[in-house]
Design a protein around this ligand. Sequence first.
Ligand code: AMP
Ligand code: TRP
Length: 330
Amino acid sequence: MSEKKLRTFSGVQPSGNLHIGNYLGAIRNWIDLQNNFEAIFCIVDWHAITVPYNPKELKKRVIEIAKIYLAAGIDPNKSIIFIQSQVKEHAELAWILNATAARVSDLKKMTQFKDKSLKKGEGNASVGLFDYPVLMAADILLYDTKIVPVGEDQLQHIELTRTLARRFNQKFNSLFIIPEAKINQTSSRIMALNNPQVKMSKSAESEYNYIALLDSIEIIEKKIRKAVTDSGSVIEYSDKKPALKNLINIYASFSDKSPEEIVKIYQNKGYADFKQGLTKMVLNFLIPFQKKYNSLDDEEVLEILNAGKQKAEYLAQIKMEQVRKTLGLN
Ligand code: AMP
Ligand code: TRP
């Protein structure tokens, strides 16, 4: 890796079943970036423990996410892949940002916190869930990140990261690079298959909400068959048909065709034909992806994560030395 390259950083939580929304909205965009940037991809386990979870399951999920990164095409010779909790500097910087830059009023504005705490009520959410965006800011700022490739739901968190970096820089010393979000227009917000008004989500109650990256062929066929469509029978790409629009976006993302071209192909055909075509496009990607996933060996994956930890820790320690020195904490 050359010293002059800018950095890109992103991460996924090891919770729930990763779905095609996570892939199309985030992970797929990382693959190209690793050729032009110094790329760091993290498995953010400290974020995943902010809601109730099962420790045994968490451990399994961490390895699963690492394998998904590798099967998707993240190359450990080009990119650093590591587990957040293995580099303690993330927690140290999060605390420092909490104390010196973040305000309660900033965090109260975060829509993800509001959404995630809705069910049990804000008062019952963990302090970690409230503070989650500050840990995310620490993840990003610790590595002098310039580009953060994510889905649309993370834009507010990245805006907050920029605010915290600017505040810290103004108050103390310009230590942090101001990062920028990078999102993909057609796939930054993939909606649920069973309801086009909500986004595809791994914590959804119904499994008909999403197509998991590790779903079997039969399940995928069934989920697409059952996906809701709008009334009428004409294939059109319009806000008046949000369910169909979402399916066309998924089709477009898995093919080299634009929404307009797809509409043309199916202009004299019905929803059933379109869904069959969509299933084919999804499987064209997922079958080889799963084959690669299944061929990965746990031991090798652990070695990759360990090597990633060493590299990330090296960078994080250099940055934290500067931060400690600036704050009189050295
Ligand atoms: P998470 O699994 O919540 O850690 O999210 C991992 C990445 O996937 C983040 O960059 C999210 O913005 C992205 N993402 C999650 N759900 C979707 C979705 N339905 N459509 C597009 N991107 C998504
Ligand atoms: N909060 C992100 C999500 O839920 C995951 C995440 C944690 C992240 N730290 C990050 C993404 C740093 C990008 C950069 O999707």
